[in-house]
Write a protein that binds this ligand. Structure first.
Ligand SMILES: Cc1cc2nc3c(=O)[nH]c(=O)nc-3n(C[C@H](O)[C@H](O)[C@H](O)COP(=O)(O)OP(=O)(O)OC[C@H]3O[C@@H](n4cnc5c(N)ncnc54)[C@H](O)[C@@H]3O)c2cc1C
Ligand code: SF4
Length: 326
């Protein structure tokens, strides 16, 4: 599968990059590590006239401690994140999730910004042009029906990146910039829940950094992932859990899911399971049920929806028990 022709821009500064995006708004794609963008362009899922390669922009790279917490440049690779001592010590749920993405080679190239912006996935969508054409296309690209939920008008493609549920548990924020200004929003407000237009980002905007607040410093947690091949695969169901303990008491617990909805989701009502500063086996089991209720797996992915939902339940219970012990 060949790439279509495009103009490649490789700016060295953020203002130059943002100005270029403004000039070519609507007909441009951003390339960070390229591990998802380039395969998608080969499949003709995106055919931009302009591609903006961010990789020369130093200010988008690196992990820094600030007064508010930790800032991670959007272009920081997943490998740097998984190997960062400060993140491993203070935000272990994030480093654990990063370690499960694809393979070491892909994590050397793939970035955290690209992971947050990963396009939603579906067995009917992540295919070659010829394959999609033979099925009459679908709502997400070039068509008007959904093969997964026929009769509906919505796309249910699954958001399938590993680090966003961990970032949601840590109450992360992102900075979004265009040529005129920048704004900071909670990551939980970034996703729309629609498989087709899955993120709130204009075509002249970039994510520049991710901010982990100091208030999430003492959260300990873990990430569990279901996939077909342990060595290299997207999640088919993923659960991140982070709990805050103080003097042996659990003060808060957060659970977030990936790969079972068109957006990563925080499970509601979990903190209410803490009883006298503890979570027992029954409460952990109930947390699994709450998580399974938040999951809406469909036939967008390999393995059946029923199995994926059941695994959300099992993984959540295990992850809760592991998180409160860590
Ligand atoms: C074989 C294989 C297995 C994989 N397995 C996994 C897996 O297990 N888990 C997983 O999470 N992912 C997986 N991936 C997907 C991908 O490798 C990762 O999600 C990676 O983090 C994407 O980052 P990137 O920098 O390469 O993104 P790119 O491919 O460069 O970009 C991805 C998308 O994000 C946009 N983008 C990138 N950076 C920014 C920014 N700063 N601001 C705005 N938009 C931006 C791009 O325009 C594009 O739309 C896999 C990919 C492959 C090829
Ligand atoms: S969920 Fe439906 S519309 Fe969305 S990509 Fe899959 S088949 Fe297409």
């Amino acid at each position: 599968m060949s790439l279509s022709e495009f103009q490649l821009a490789r700016p060295r500064t953020l203002p130059d990059a943002l100005a270029y995006m403004g000039e070519h708004r609507g007909n441009i794609r951003v390339l960070a590590g390229g591990t998802d963008l380039l395969p998608s362009m080969r499949q003709k899922l995106f055919e931009p006239e302009h591609v903006l390669d961010l990789r020369r922009i130093q200010e988008l790279k690196g992990i820094r401690e600030t007064e508010q917490g930790i800032e991670i440049g959007a272009l920081t690779t997943l490998r740097e994140i998984e190997q960062s001592p400060i993140l491993t010590k203070n935000y272990p749920v994030l480093t654990e999730a990063a370690k499960t993405v694809a393979s070491p080679l892909i994590r050397h190239m793939g970035t955290i910004g690209g992971n947050i912006c990963l396009d939603t996935r579906c067995l009917w969508y992540n295919q070659s042009l010829t394959w999609r054409k033979s099925c009459g296309f679908c709502i997400k690209k070039d068509g008007d029906l959904c093969h997964v939920a026929p009769g509906g008008t919505k796309c249910w493609a699954a958001f399938s990146a590993d680090t966003p549920p961990a970032l949601l548990c840590l109450n992360a924020e992102i900075e979004i910039a265009n040529a005129a200004n920048s704004r900071r929003i909670p990551l939980r407000d970034f996703y729309t829940g629609e498989g087709e237009n899955y993120r709130r980002l204009q075509s002249n905007e970039l994510i520049t950094k991710i901010i982990l607040p100091h208030s999430s410093y003492s959260y300990r947690g873990t990430y569990r992932k279901l996939r077909v091949r342990g060595s290299i695969d997207y999640p088919l169901a993923g659960v991140a859990v982070a709990a805050k303990r103080s003097n042996g008491h659990i003060e808060d617990i957060q659970i977030a899911l990936t790969a079972v909805n068109p957006a990563p989701v925080l499970v509601k009502g979990v903190a209410a399971l803490i009883n006298a500063g503890q979570i027992d086996d029954n409460a952990a089991e109930y947390a699994g049920e709450l998580a399974a209720r938040s999951a809406k797996p469909l036939t967008t992915s390999a393995l059946t929806p029923e199995y994926r939902r059941e695994m959300i339940k099992v993984f959540t219970k295990r992850a809760v028990l592991a998180a409160i012990e860590s």
